[in-house]
Design a protein around this ligand. Structure first.
Ligand code: GRF
Length: 194
């Protein structure tokens, strides 16, 4: 089977990218291959992680530049892993049902515009929910509004701060769920082309 060509888009530290790279090494992700990591931030640490693992890493100053390089690389699946820029509807329709995102809550709670990074966990704590988690979903024009692919719940414990909760959600949900979902979607795409 020919592997699905994956681009991972990042803006920050890239721990989710690292989880994908590790999954590729361990074989959890085997139907797809990360061939490109692109960032809208020139100094994103995630770009270093890609370079250190021999993956092409680029800074793309705008969508036009991004689309160009993705086309040149033959990208078939786009994974948003902490990519802090809302994509235009032109970009989304160019890769319809081929863009997935990880969000650090159980959608439809604590999501949408303004719900990113630590804010999401602050929202969960101030609401007082006892369970939160992470969601992998397809990307459409509505922020965090596309079809849900996978979810994993994480307990909220007494004394949690947004930082402590963020770390628990990453370790127990995001870093597990994103590689699994990436494999599932990569396999579907790969099977479609044989
Ligand atoms: C993660 O919490 C992810 O769910 C969100 O942005 C954060 C990115 O972290 N979309 P990292 O760059 O993968 O470490």
């Amino acid at each position: 089977m020919v592997k699905t060509k994956i681009a991972v888009l990042v803006s920050g530290g890239g721990t989710n990218l690292q989880a994908l790279i590790d999954a590729q090494k361990s074989g959890i992700l085997h139907s797809g291959e990360i061939v490109l990591v692109a960032s809208n931030k020139e100094n994103a640490y995630a770009l270093k992680r890609a370079q250190e693992n021999g993956i092409k890493a680029v800074f793309a100053k705008d969508e036009e530049a991004l689309l160009k390089i993705m086309e040149a690389e033959g990208i078939e699946l786009v994974i948003l892993a902490g990519f802090l820029k809302i994509l235009s509807s032109e970009f989304i329709s160019a890769y319809e049902n081929r863009i997935i995102n990880i969000h650090p809550s159980l959608i439809p709670s604590f999501c949408g515009k303004g719900a990113y990074g630590l804010h999401v966990h602050e929202m969960a704590l101030s609401y007082g929910v006892k369970l939160t988690g992470a969601t992998v979903h397809f990307v459409n024009e509505v922020p965090d509004g596309g079809q849900i692919i996978a979810q994993k719940a994480v307990e909220i414990l007494e004394g949690d701060t947004p930082e402590i909760l963020q770390r628990r959600v990453m370790e127990r949900a995001e870093w597990v769920l994103l590689p699994q979902a990436a494999e599932m979607i990569s396999e579907k795409i790969a099977k479609g082309k044989k």
